[in-house]
Design a protein around this ligand. Structure first.
Ligand SMILES: [Zn+2]
Ligand SMILES: [Zn+2]
Length: 297
């Protein structure tokens, strides 16, 4: 089971109700923090989560509302005897920005920080992988997906149409291509993946052709929805999505559930307006508030 906790759900200016963006994805021993806006470490306390569990930080881009919580969090981890290697992944420029952050205060951490500027599939183990795609936001910006690989199963109907027999079939389940009686069979043509899960994060960006294929078939699509339909022009100018585009991305990508976040304070009194606009296009939409949790199983 994957648990996603929305620690902060505001846009560039936080409000009394909404903190700057940060989201924690937990799966088994992994705790992956997506963005780390100002005050993130206090949101951990409010959510009764332990920041010492963090294994990776994924940074979408270096606008302040997504990263100003990093120095405070690093310091707290140092005081808490954090003893893992902290892996920080981000777009182009991340190494330079991180070096600057570590210069502006007397950082005394003894743990190792590994910083990588990433594209494509950048992490993979037996169970899951992490992938990124470039967004369009006027500054280098990554969208991310977290994918649990699931087990490969044999597609029996497709197998019946072949002459394959015997123990060699097992190799297909391992994802290996096989040669049988002089003919080559590709594993991907005779198998399907079961229990695979995908969670996608899209912050901040104007609409672009990379988004839909990248987030295709997400079980959970977490997407910025900074502007309502009435501010379409403004969204375009500031290289953000308006909620109509957000909902269309969910629909076109055949995602199962859409989470609206990065909410502007102009909708504080009536966030329902944004939600209703999304629901007109994509029914299974939710709008989160700080500390909400969503499970994917
Ligand atoms: Zn932002
Ligand atoms: Zn931004």
């Amino acid at each position: 089971m994957i648990k996603v906790t929305f620690l902060g759900t505001s846009d560039a200016i936080p409000s009394a109700e909404r903190n700057h963006t940060s989201i924690l994805l937990e799966y088994k021993n992994e705790a992956i923090l997506v963005d780390c806006g100002e005050g993130t470490q206090r949101q951990f306390r409010k959510a009764k989560l332990n920041p010492n569990k963090i294994t990776k930080i994924l940074i979408t881009h270096w606008h302040g509302d997504h990263v100003l919580g990093i120095p405070g969090l690093l310091q707290t981890l140092a005081f808490s005897n954090y003893n893992k290697t902290l892996n920080i992944y981000g777009p182009r420029g991340t190494k330079e920005f991180m070096r600057a952050i570590l210069r502006v205060f007397a950082f005394q951490g003894k743990y190792k920080i590994n910083i990588e500027e990433v594209w494509g599939k950048f992490f993979e183990n037996e169970e899951f992988y992490l992938e990124t795609e470039k967004m369009t936001h006027g500054t280098p910006c990554n969208a991310y997906t977290f994918v649990i690989k699931g087990k490969l199963r044999i597609d029996k109907k497709k197998l019946e149409k072949t002459k394959l027999k015997g123990a060699i079939i097992k190799r297909l389940k391992e994802g290996k291509n096989i040669v049988y009686q002089g003919k080559k069979y590709l594993a991907k043509n005779l198998t399907y993946s079961e229990d695979s899960k995908k969670v996608s994060f899209v912050f901040d960006t104007s609409f672009n052709k990379n988004i839909v294929p990248f987030v295709k078939n997400s079980d959970l699509l977490v997407c910025e929805s900074t502007f309502g339909v009435e501010l379409e022009d403004k969204a375009e100018r500031y290289k953000h999505l308006n909620v109509k585009q957000t909902a269309q991305i969910a629909k076109q990508s055949k995602s199962k559930k859409l989470v609206l976040t990065h909410i502007s304070q102009r909708y504080n009194k009536n966030p329902n307006k944004i939600l209703q606009e999304a629901k007109k296009i994509f029914k299974n939409s939710v709008l989160v508030k700080d500390l909400d949790e969503i499970e994917v199983s």
